[in-house]
Design a protein around this ligand. Structure first.
Ligand SMILES: C[S@@+](CC[C@H](N)C(=O)[O-])C[C@H]1O[C@@H](n2cnc3c(N)ncnc32)[C@H](O)[C@@H]1O
Length: 241
């Protein structure tokens, strides 16, 4: 009767932790998201029960309260329940809501951190999110604030040198004009689609032109001068590749 809330990492199945694999191997049931790589399910025993609870932009397969209920149900039924989430469970993963729902029902819940997609994708491609003399601060923000919230918390006036926008494709045209109130149009931007996966795509631009580019979810939008550091690295690479 323990739910293990596990971060599956950014996409590449090799970027999961050893601890997560050990728990997948003894899972009775796995509730997994669309961003958790399916290949990871092969670590589980043959008789494992698999429950897909994915949510994608525009496609709400199951609503959050329904996922909470399912977790509670499985937590009462099985000894080892795995809740497998893309990236890290607590970075825009609604892990806290599931934790509260389980604890309120007296169900034990334990956590295994995962490599967050922004950190994982940026690092894997050689883009430093902080860089001496260029960026000393980093903000992770959602580009899709819950529309049901009575008061907006995202105002786009962040002072961090580097901004990474999650779920930021659909409303790009809404928030980029707001960012332009605080940042120069020349600010470099790098969008990463399907980071760390074989179909990864990198789209470069600036705040002035990023809304004209074709970007498909799931994507991360990295904004700030660290993108120029990445460009410099690409140039250096091109000389020896
Ligand atoms: C619901 S959030 C989950 C974030 C996750 N918990 C994490 O720590 O990375 C989903 C958003 O994460 C980002 N994302 C997750 N995996 C990604 C990947 N492999 N490539 C690009 N963006 C990704 C996208 O912005 C996507 O819309």
């Amino acid at each position: 009767m323990t739910v293990y809330m596990i971060g599956a990492g950014p996409g590449d199945p090799d970027l999961i932790t050893v601890k997560a694999v050990k728990l997948l191997k003894k899972a009775d049931v796995i509730l997994y998201d669309s961003l958790a790589n399916d290949e990871l399910l092969s670590y589980a025993p043959d008789d494992v029960e698999l429950i897909y609870v994915g949510k994608r932009a525009g496609e709400h397969y199951r609503k959050q309260p329904e996922i909470n209920e399912l977790l509670i149900e499985q937590g009462k039924k099985y000894e080892n329940v795995v809740r497998l989430k893309g990236g890290d469970p607590f970075i825009f993963g609604r892990g806290g809501e599931e934790e509260l729902a389980l604890l309120a029902e007296g169900i034990n819940v334990e956590f295994v951190p995962g490599i967050n997609s922004a950190i994982g994708a940026a690092t894997m491609m050689g883009l430093p999110l902080t860089h001496r003399a260029v960026s000393t601060s980093l903000t992770l923000v959602t580009g899709h604030e819950d529309p049901e919230k009575s008061e907006k918390q995202v105002n786009w006036d962040y002072t961090a040198d580097t901004l990474v926008v999650f779920m930021g494709v659909g409303l790009l045209k809404k928030y980029v004009p707001k960012l332009l109130e605080y940042r120069s149009p020349d600010t470099p931007v790098c969008a990463i689609e399907n980071g760390t996966l074989p179909n990864q795509k990198i789209i470069m631009g600036t705040l002035a032109d990023i809304t004209e580019k074709e970007i498909k979810p799931p994507a991360l939008i990295i904004i700030g001068d660290v993108v120029n550091v990445y460009k410099e690295c690409l140039e250096l690479r091109s000389k020896f590749e």
